[in-house]
Design a protein around this ligand. Structure first.
Ligand code: GBH
Length: 481
């Protein structure tokens, strides 16, 4: 299979560019109640009578990485990655979510994973929060309760003190947009709270504060001795104006500010705080709907200053793009999308995948990282996820082509456009529990047989292609003969 793109660029990534692959605890570990682990919001949701999962599955066993992590390490080694991005299950080390009850077995488990990685020459990159809040903290309101900011800080502190002698790269939150908009707005993800345009903004507010709290704890107490770095991972598609009308061009930019700027502007911009256009639009819609104040919470100057600058790198998850157009949503109801005066759609010509939301638009990746580079002053960027959904075939040519074309666009952004990007992460090293889609969509470079209790892994074609890209550090021109 060759890349059917005439704009393919031969070349290699800069020396020292790092390559990785990723997973998240709830999606792979299983062992949901073993050896002292507490219940989290995904355990709770998937066990509910209507768990909201398309194939009625759970992550109770998932890929059983709690028991089979050495298989994962072997797959990572075979792929030749420099680093492995995985997440800690908060309730595995703190069953109640709080610091007064530490589960030593959970600490041991992550020690084993970290040590196995290091023994194999693979650097750990650890995410503290990939959507799996301990259920007891949900019972006090979860991310709607500002008390969780301090509780998250305690958890982060435990992670730094337990693992920071060996873990030198940390991510506080994975995709707070998803946790906020899907978990606390539209309600398709745990904890399934519905309140778009209200509770999603509050959940985001407390996650941003929690992120900053963890960064300051690291900066104050660990950086000097552990010499690591700590950042956040934000997800974003690229929003392309549907037409070249001024209204659509502005709508696409506004959509970027509402999606990525919502979280990035407080942390990475010179001024801090939410994007001005977002404050303006939510305030105006709130007033039109009869709210006495804006539904978007305010940080106040003390928090603005506390949050600003709290990331040592910009972690980016990117999968797809959309067309954005100016559009006013009628009616007296609140929603995060309505607040933007934007509608999005996919171009019918874009190839699809097994995930309805994921269209293959490689050039959008290059535009997105350029947008970030311009918007946030050449910030050091690490791609922390990128990948493709299919039904699980071993000869996964479409995934291999997705990786080749997206990574090629990333290389153009570095070598032709001068973007400051230092690494790339494939999602995912293995097939896993794809949240509300259960096991119906697969993202792995390695297949997992979920019908076999032993959960055997098998290498897919895409893993060979990715391994070759890593070995070559890109796409060197074929030798002439
Ligand atoms: C990432 O999110 C996650 O970090 C990772 O855990 C996940 O496995 C991976 O993507 C693949 O999905 O079904 O219309 O409600 C990427 C951003 C945002 C993409 C939510 C899917 C659901 C759209 N995701 N979106 S919809």
């Amino acid at each position: 299979p060759t890349l059917a793109q005439d704009d393919f660029l031969y070349g290699t990534f800069p020396d020292g560019f790092i390559w990785g692959a990723a997973t998240a605890a709830y999606q792979i570990e299983g062992a949901w109640n073993e050896n002292g682990k507490g219940e989290n919001i995904w355990d709770f949701m998937t066990h509910a009578y209507d768990g909201g999962i398309s194939d009625n599955s759970t992550g109770d066993i998932a890929a059983d990485s709690y028991n089979k992590y050495l298989d994962d390490v072997a797959a990572l080694k075979e792929t030749g990655v420099n680093f492995y991005r995985f997440s800690i299950s908060w309730s595995r080390i703190l069953p109640t979510g709080r610091i007064d009850q530490i589960n030593q077995d959970g600490i041991n488990y992550y020690n084993n994973v970290i040590n196995a990685l290091l023994d194999n020459g693979i650097t750990p990159l650890v995410t503290l929060y990939h959507w799996d809040l301990p259920q007891p903290l949900q019972e006090i309101g979860g991310w709607l309760n500002e008390e969780v900011v301090d509780i998250f800080g305690d958890y982060a502190n435990l992670a730094f003190s337990s693992f920071g002698d060996r873990v030198k790269s940390w991510i506080t939150f994975n995709e707070p947009w998803v946790q906020s908009v899907l978990g606390y707005g539209y309600g398709g993800n745990a904890p399934r709270i519905v309140g778009s345009g209200q509770t999603d903004y509050i959940a985001a507010h407390n996650q941003i504060k929690s992120h900053a709290r963890a960064w300051h704890i690291y900066d104050d107490n660990y950086r000097a001795t552990q010499n690591g770095e700590i950042g956040i991972t934000l997800d974003s598609g690229w929003s392309e104006p549907k037409t070249q009308s001024a209204a659509d061009i502005e709508a696409a930019e506004r959509n970027m500010q509402f999606k990525l700027g919502w979280f990035a502007h407080p942390i990475f911009s010179v001024d801090g705080d939410y994007p001005p256009v977002m404050k303006e639009y939510v305030a105006r819609h709130s007033a039109e709907e009869g709210f006495p104040v804006s539904r978007l919470p305010e940080f106040g100057q003390t928090w603005v200053d506390y949050i600003k600058g709290t990331s040592d790198f910009f972690g980016l998850n990117h999968y797809t793009s959309a067309l954005a157009e100016y559009s006013v949503w009628e009616g007296n109801w609140t929603s995060y999308d309505k607040d933007q005066d934007v509608s999005t759609s996919a171009d019918p010509s874009w190839p699809s995948s097994a995930a309805p939301w994921l269209k293959v638009v490689p050039w959008g990746f290059r535009k997105l990282v350029n947008w970030i580079n311009n918007e946030y002053n050449g910030v050091r960027l690490l791609v922390t996820e990128n990948g493709y959904a299919d039904l699980g075939e071993i000869n996964d040519v479409d995934r291999a082509n997705y990786y080749t074309s997206y990574i090629n666009e990333l290389m153009k952004a570095i070598n032709l456009d001068g973007c400051n990007i230092y690494g790339y992460t494939a999602w995912s090293i293995i097939d896993n529990f794809e949240w509300a889609a259960g096991y119906s969509q697969k993202f792995g470079l390695y297949s997992v047989d979920f019908n076999d209790p032993a959960r055997p892994r098998s290498r897919k074609y895409s893993a060979q292609v990715y391994a070759q890209i890593i070995a070559d550090n890109g796409f060197p021109a074929p030798a002439e003969n």
